[in-house]
Structures are given as C-alpha cells and as structure tokens.
Design a protein around this ligand. Structure first.
Ligand code: NAP
Length: 327
C-alpha cells in the first residue's frame, strides 16, 4: 500500500514529490510515458523561474526537479494512469502498463494540453506541417515561410524561437492586440522576420501530403485570402487534463478541478487550499489553475498539495492511534 501517489510530472508534480519525500512518505510519481516532465519539456529558455538569473532550458529544469525528488526517496514510474477510484480511505490507481496501486493519498498534477483549432484539415496534416511544438519541429522549417497562430506568450515565444529556422513568420491573431506580456510582445513585434495578420483566423489548411498554404479569414468583414506556407504552428492555449477525474472530482464548467481557495475566517474547515471535493485527494498545477499557469505558481501549488496531504495523513495516523488506544 502506497501512502502518496502523484499523477503527473510537471513542476507541480515534482514539487509535490520533493515535499512529500522530505516528509518521509516515499511518494510514487506516475510521470507519464511520453509526456514526462510536462509542458516545460517543449519549451526553450525559461527566464522567469527564480534562482536562474541567466535563464534555464525547460527540459533541464524538469530534469533537475526529478533528480531533486528522487534524492529524497521519490520513485518515478514512466507509465500513464488510465483509471482511478478515489472514493473512500483507500484509493486505487491503474496504469496502461497494467500496474495497480492502492494508496491513502492521490495528488492530481496532470496539467493541461494544447488546444487545437478544430479544423478537419488541421487534423489531417498534423505532424505533416501542422505542429504544436516549435522546439520539437522548428528544425524542419529551415528557410521556409510559416505561420504561428495565437496572441499569447506561447505564440510569441514560438514565433521568436522559429526565427532561427524559418525565412518568414506570420503571426495570425484573432484580435487587434496581443494578450502576451509586454516583454514577449515587444520582442516579436520588433523582429524583422515576424509579420502579423491581425483580426484573422485560419479557416483552412491546404496540402495533400504536407502543408502548402492556409486560408486566412478577416473576422471583421469575412474576407478571405490565401497564403503559401510550409508550416502551421498552433499556440492558442491549453485545456486541463482532467478527463481521468470527470466522474469523481468536482470540476468547473471548463474542466478545471475545483480546489478550496484560501480559508475563510468563518469556515476553518477549509484550511487545505489544494483539497478537492474528495478527502485524501489533492490537486495542483495547471489542472486547477485557469488564471496564472506559470511554472512557479504550479510548483507553489505542488508544495501546498504535499503539505495538505501531510496534514491529512497525520490526521489519519492520529485517528488510528486513538482507535488502537481505545481498544
Ligand atoms: P493564452 O495566454 O491563453 O493565449 C492564448 C491565445 O490564443 C490568445 O491570444 C487567444 O486569443 C488565442 N486563442 C485562443 N483560442 C483560439 C482559437 N480557437 N482560435 C484562435 N486563437 C485562439 O495561452 P498561452 O499563450 O499558451 O499562455 C498560457 C500561460 O502560460 C499564460 O499565463 C502565459 O503567460 C504563460 N506562458 C509564459 C511564458 C513565459 O513567460 N516565458 C511562455 C509561454 C506561456 P485572445 O487573446 O483573443 O483570447
């Protein structure tokens, strides 16, 4: 029987593991088979994670977190969870690899996945010119013209990164102003290789075996124009990976796992910030966070989830000791 099983291995999962391991619970991190390390694995340089004044590459940051958790006794399993039973004092976690774990605590740190445009042509040409990861696929677009869809930090980061390879990048954004933070926006706006198609959406991706172009629609007057490009990078945000918990935990209308906020002075019982609707189940990181979605806030909530879990386990141990003493 495990004491703490952590599902997910982004900054939230590994930080929860570091805290739970240092508290002596020898947590098991089920890290994912292909998604281990979470979204930072697909990022280039992280410039805003405290403690790295020169910046740190996303994959290196995640490797360091994993090493730190293992140093204190966390175990990491590279497998995917496909079923959980979270009600009652003993929870069951099953993996695609056929393992079954019983545990007192589950910490859900499953993160969020990229959003798709929702076009049939996007699906058909996925991996053949349509990509969701500039660091993974940018190399294939050397001296080619491409587009990046989105107006947030991810789109700006991808566009600037892709200037290393592509000859020209057009950022396609549905509004007339960017959502991205000022520093990221300024970098992209000032770059000579980056152009902007404002108030525009992709209505069609063209190509048989690979992408040859896109049709852009101006949403103000519905006029359409076609441009020849070899690549389409989609960076329009993320949706929470909460499917696993759908029938068991309370989720909000967008699928984020609901956790208790800061305690109200009138409701001392809600003091565990990362507690979900079920006792012994805690959630942290992007699967609960529709607002901040930063590596550092995910890590912070991972620490909170582990501390909440510790309090819960100590409560269970005290109850068991009391019951034994009474007998
Ligand atoms: P985001 O901030 O939610 O931005 C998504 C962008 O995609 C928005 O511009 C949005 O348009 C657009 N969009 C959404 N759905 C669309 C659709 N169906 N069709 C066309 N456009 C669509 O997501 P993000 O850029 O992935 O960033 C997520 C979080 O991670 C943010 O908090 C961000 O600050 C953080 N982040 C930080 C860094 C960094 O600091 N290095 C790097 C990457 C991400 P509207 O603007 O019109 O809504």
């Amino acid at each position: 029987m495990e004491q703490v099983v952590i599902i997910g291995s982004g900054p939230a999962g590994y930080t929860a593991a570091i805290y739970a391991a240092r508290a002596g619970y020898e947590p098991l991190v089920i890290a994912g088979s292909v998604t281990a390390g979470g979204n930072l694995i697909n990022t280039t340089e992280v410039e805003n994670y405290p403690g790295f004044p020169e910046g740190v590459m996303g994959p290196e940051l995640m490797e360091r977190m994993a090493t730190q958790a293992q140093r204190f006794g966390a175990r990491v399993l590279f497998d995917d969870v496909n079923q959980v039973a979270l009600r009652g004092p003993v929870k069951t976690v099953r993996t695609l690899g056929g393992e079954v774990f019983e545990t007192a605590v589950v910490i859900a740190a499953t993160g969020a996945s990229y959003r798709e445009l929702g076009l049939e042509s996007e699906k058909r040409l996925g991996g053949r010119g349509v990509s969701y990861c500039a660091t993974c696929d940018g190399f294939f677009f050397r001296d080619k013209e491409i587009i990046v869809v989105g107006g947030g930090d991810s789109a700006m980061e991808e566009a600037v990164f892709l200037t290393k390879f592509a000859s020209k990048i057009t950022v396609v954004h549905r509004r007339g102003e960017l959502r991205a933070s000022r520093i990221m926006a300024e970098r992209a706006l000032a770059h000579p290789k980056i152009a902007f198609a404002w108030h525009s959406v992709v209505s069609q991706v063209h190509g048989e075996s690979t992408v040859t172009g896109v049709t852009l629609r101006d949403i103000r007057d519905n006029t359409e124009r076609q441009i020849d490009v070899a690549g389409v990078f989609v960076a329009i945000g993320h949706a929470p990976n909460s499917e696993l918990f759908r029938d068991q935990l309370e989720l909000d209308s967008n699928g984020y796992v609901i956790v208790h906020g800061p305690p109200s002075p009138d409701e001392p019982g809600l003091a565990r910030h990362q507690a979900t609707s079920l006792p012994g189940v805690f959630a942290c990181g992007d699967v609960v966070d529709r607002t901040y979605r930063q590596a550092i806030t995910a890590a912070g909530s991972g620490a909170q989830a582990a501390l909440d879990a510790q309090e819960y386990l100590e409560g269970m141990a005290a109850d068991a000791a009391l019951a034994a003493a009474t007998i």
